[in-house]
Design a protein around this ligand. Structure first.
Ligand SMILES: CC(C)(COP(=O)(O)OP(=O)(O)OC[C@H]1O[C@@H](n2cnc3c(N)ncnc32)[C@H](O)[C@@H]1OP(=O)(O)O)[C@@H](O)C(=O)NCCC(=O)NCCS
Length: 147
């Protein structure tokens, strides 16, 4: 059974493992992400094993989803869906009125995830994500009204 809870720095190791298994150049600054009080990190657990997490930064009544990643062995099982659902419920309680995020134009899985919740494309950032081969991918900026 899936369980979702707030994470702290004690959980950084398995979160880093999940990033490394998903990205060629994962975030190196995850410790500062955990330490920043504007950020909330939620983790998904199955029988005590951390299988996914989401990072959300909130300033006043707006939030930004900075990252959502799931252990590849658990992809397509609804884990990210549950993480986003849980987070949006908490943001609503906090009085947040809008959530934003940036996603790689090539990342169709993440775009599908966020579209499911009603996120809409509101902008584009050209040449935003550097690839290991030195080329760049554009980013889409997405927004969701939270009511
Ligand atoms: C994006 C990611 C978090 C989705 O996690 P997940 O737990 O597999 O997602 P879910 O099972 O909850 O799927 C939710 C929706 O995402 C979309 N989706 C997920 N995987 C997909 C894939 N491989 N191809 C297309 N759409 C996909 C679908 O719309 C899906 O809804 P559906 O099951 O009703 O069709 C996961 O693929 C991942 O960790 N990717 C690497 C990290 C990353 O790119 N994060 C996003 C940038 S912050």
């Amino acid at each position: 059974m899936l369980n979702i809870q707030r994470l702290d720095l004690n959980h950084i190791s398995w979160c880093l493992d999940i990033l490394t298994s998903n990205f060629d150049s994962p975030w190196k600054e995850l410790d500062t992400i955990f330490e920043n009080s504007a950020n909330r990190v939620y983790g998904a657990f199955i029988e005590g094993e951390g299988v996914g997490f989401i990072v959300i930064s909130t300033i006043l009544d707006e939030s930004e989803i900075l990252m959502c990643a799931v252990n590849p062995q658990y992809h397509k099982k609804g884990i990210a869906t549950d993480l986003v659902k849980h987070s949006l419920k908490d943001l609503k309680v906090l009085g947040v009125v809008a959530a934003f995020l940036e996603v790689d134009t090539h990342n169709l899985a993440a775009q599908g995830l966020y579209k499911k919740f009603g996120f809409e494309t509101v902008g584009q950032r050209k040449q935003y994500y550097r690839q290991p081969n030195g080329s760049y991918h554009d980013a889409i900026v997405m927004r969701l009204s939270i009511r």
